[in-house]
Design a protein around this ligand. Structure first.
Ligand code: ADP
Length: 368
């Protein structure tokens, strides 16, 4: 019986529990044994009770739970080879044949590195007499499949990451609440949403709430943005709008790489010689991450979890490490490292203030 492990790693996102539930049950359905690695790579390095066998009923009711019930962590040890060596040993000691990892681009990079290193890790385990030739024999290759759990929708190669629609729904709900009070007092609100290198949440929330103005990292505004913002808001106010909503992604910056801060925007909106609006700042923070998954993320986690189990069982040493994407509404397998590379390139371009490159690299249809 093949033993398949599933873990969640990096930042948590709504829908991860649906992924774990789907993987556990699909593995059992296909006649395999299902395991969960608790606390991400930390659990893989610690071994023992962090790697637990799961039964069908163990994941009952998990679809409607937020966060990740098997825990997630940042694990420093896994960045270094000695940590990965212990992780490899723990997998073999527990008899794990394959692993499915749900996390962000960092977690998926770690997974690919682990897989690439696997043969040399086995060699070292034998040469240092931690395991025997006999023990490592059934584990000559490591099958890994990735699933993207992220609220930012920041991975290239997939239309949606597991959790992004839940975060978006939460933001819209919060903006609705803020709008009611903003309208009552005729106030302006600057609302900061998550997204360091990806403006998807800010952009989509702007569209979905009819915000007056938005700022995203990958497409800074022209240098006259202050005047532009003022004239747009002035126009909206003249049309009778009693509230002003400006949405800013965490990573928003101007063309020259200077951070666009909420305070800066507040001062501009409140400027007595300008719009002179009574302005407040709301940073939504972790409410965007928490709470239960919306229907879309439950569905995505479930369908992708099922596909991940199939993919990990069909993987062979010759095949590239894949991750499960959704492209034009179809659940598909894609090369993992290509997507990670593209994602990192966008982030680097933004950090280097090469916004034309960042935009050219963005494969999301929301680019324009
Ligand atoms: P995310 O998966 O959400 O992008 P991180 O970048 O923090 O979050 O990655 C989660 C964990 O994955 C890290 O704490 C580390 O254990 C592992 N990891 C990330 N990048 C690498 C890497 N280059 N090599 C090995 N492990 C990595």
């Amino acid at each position: 019986k093949k033993k398949i492990a599933i873990m969640t790693s990096g930042g948590d996102s709504p829908g991860m529990n649906g992924v774990v539930r789907a993987c556990v049950r699909m593995a059992i359905h296909l006649g395999c044994e299902a395991y969960c690695v608790y606390e991400g790579y930390e659990g893989l390095v610690r071994g023992g009770d962090f790697i637990r066998k799961m039964e069908w009923h163990d994941v009952r009711g998990w679809l409607s739970e937020g966060g990740t019930l098997i825990g997630t962590a940042r694990c420093m040890a896994f960045y270094e080879r000695p940590g990965r060596l212990i992780a490899a040993k723990n997998m073999i000691v527990h008899g794990i044949d394959a692993i499915i990892i749900c996390g962000g681009d960092g977690s998926l990079t770690g997974a690919d590195r682990f897989r690439a290193e696997w043969p040399s890790l086995l060699e070292e385990l034998v040469s240092t007499k931690q395991l025997t030739e006999e023990q490592i024999k059934p584990y000559q290759s490591l099958n890994i499949v990735g699933l993207v759990g992220s609220i930012d929708n920041d991975l290239s190669g997939t239309d949606a990451t597991i959790g992004c629609y839940s975060a978006l729904a939460r933001i819209c709900e919060m903006v609705d609440y803020i709008e009611a009070t903003a309208s009552s007092h005729s106030r302006a609100f600057v609302i900061e949403v998550m997204g360091r290198h990806c403006g998807w949440l800010a952009l989509m929330a702007g569209v979905a709430t009819g915000a007056d103005f938005i700022f995203i990292p990958e497409k800074p505004r022209e240098d006259n943005w202050r005047e532009e913002m003022r004239s747009v808001i002035e126009k909206h106010r003249k049309l009778g709008k009693r509230k002003t909503i400006v949405i800013v992604a965490e990573g928003a910056q101007d063309r020259h790489g200077a951070k666009i801060t909420c305070e800066m925007l507040k001062d501009l909106l409140a400027d007595k010689n300008g719009l002179a609006l009574d302005t407040r700042i709301t940073t939504l923070g972790h409410v965007q991450r928490g709470g239960t998954a919306v229907a879309y993320d439950r569905m995505l986690g479930t369908l992708q979890g099922v596909e991940a189990v199939k993919a990990v069982l069909e993987a062979s040493p010759e095949t590239e490490t894949c991750f499960i994407a959704i492209t034009e509404n179809k659940i598909v397998r894609k090369p993992l490292m290509e997507a990670v590379r593209d994602t990192k390139e966008v982030a680097q371009a933004i950090d280097m203030h090469d916004f034309d490159k960042a935009m050219a690299l963005r494969d999301h249809e929301f680019a324009d």
